[in-house]
Ligand binder design. Structure first.
Ligand code: PMV
Length: 339
């Protein structure tokens, strides 16, 4: 039986890169999403303060428990901490026996750049809360996290939450179910930030307007994106890195036609391609955000050092195969991973 007064849970979930199919996935197309080895880690402790305090670096948000309601929470909608607060609010009544919570966050995932920080936050916090509520299985965590994501931006496909919960590379198909793609070769991605934050909701709305205005053009682009996904799945399975790289670049051209790229994104892509990357694209909603480049996995990091001479601020990402991880009651002998 959990002692609620002595609760100490750590839950962490990976960010993601969208390899193929973002935006089109909102309209039922497939997408290929990979969880990466950059995580959000949340430590949750019970407290007797009658408030919820969320800490992230210098940032601190405190809300008295009597103010935990949908209306109040919306006033924090521009904060990085919003998804976490939203998730807690969604289950607060079910957590009836708590007088307060202390939540600390550590993150290796830049916020608002298409690397799934919002989904990873929702998955990590729902993993922690789920383990208290006996709803800590991956299916329930995925469902509750994606429900919260949909409240944050209503057209969310749920793809990011899926990758963050389960890890690995996923073929995400909104209508016919998701499958993991088994990859033999090690994939090495370079992730570079434009430092231009985006709001997924605004970019999804922009694409929606384009689709309504030019349904034929949108359909052509969506069909091409679908074909790219089919070819990419094959290339991933066969370990054909060059084809995979070409397809990434081809996918980026479709996103340019959707007007979700940004001059800074295109500039970075040109630099990476000239330095030997196999393929590049924006990842996620666009409008700035992050760029991903596939690097050759057999050149002793030569391409990487070439790129570093021109763009020093880079993150190297490999794939994460674990997904959500929860450890309960860190200080006592009661350590459980209920997944
Ligand atoms: O930028 P992100 O990580 O929020 O990714 C959004 C991906 C979209 O396809 C644009 C939206 C979605 O819900 O899939």
């Amino acid at each position: 039986m959990t002692n609620y007064h002595d609760l100490n849970i750590n839950s962490s979930a990976p960010g993601k890169i969208t390899l193929f199919g973002e935006h089109f996935v909102v309209y039922g197309n497939p997408a290929i999403i990979a969880a990466i080895n950059k995580r959000i880690s949340i430590t949750l402790k019970s407290s007797v303060t009658n408030s919820i305090t969320i800490r992230f670096g210098e940032e601190k948000l405190t809300l008295p428990t009597f103010r935990i309601n949908t209306h109040t929470v919306e006033t924090f909608s521009n904060s990085f901490l919003y998804p976490i607060l939203k998730c807690i609010t969604n289950v607060w009544e079910d957590l009836g026996c708590f007088s307060g919570l202390e939540v600390s966050i550590e993150s290796q995932i830049p916020y608002g750049e298409g690397l799934g920080s919002s989904a990873a936050s929702c998955v990590a916090i729902m993993g922690a809360l789920g383990s208290i509520l006996n709803k800590g299985d991956k299916t329930t965590i995925f469902e509750s996290a994606s429900q919260a994501e949909r409240m944050i931006h209503e057209n969310s496909s749920g793809a990011d939450c899926y990758a963050s919960t389960y890890g690995g590379i996923l073929l995400f198909r909104p209508s016919s179910g998701n499958t993991r793609i088994k990859v033999e070769e090690k994939l090495l991605f370079l992730v570079s930030s434009t430092c231009i934050k985006h709001k997924t909701r605004d970019l999804v709305t922009k694409v929606k307007k384009l689709k309504e205005k030019n349904p034929t053009v949108f359909k052509e682009l969506a069909d091409s994106a679908k074909n790219i996904c089919v070819d990419a799945k094959r290339a991933l399975k066969e370990g054909d890195q060059q084809t995979l790289g070409n397809l990434l670049t081809e996918n980026h051209k479709l996103l340019q036609k959707l007007h979700v790229s940004h001059p800074k994104v295109d500039e970075l892509i040109e630099t990476f391609m000239k330095s030997g990357a196999l393929g590049c694209k924006l990842t996620g909603a666009g409008g700035g955000g992050a760029v991903i480049a596939l690097l050759p996995n057999n050149d002793n990091y030569e391409t990487l050092s070439e790129i570093r001479k021109k763009v020093p601020d880079l993150m190297l990402a490999e794939l994460d195969y674990t997904g959500i991880q929860v450890v309960q009651n860190l200080n006592s002998e009661k350590i459980s991973n209920r997944l």
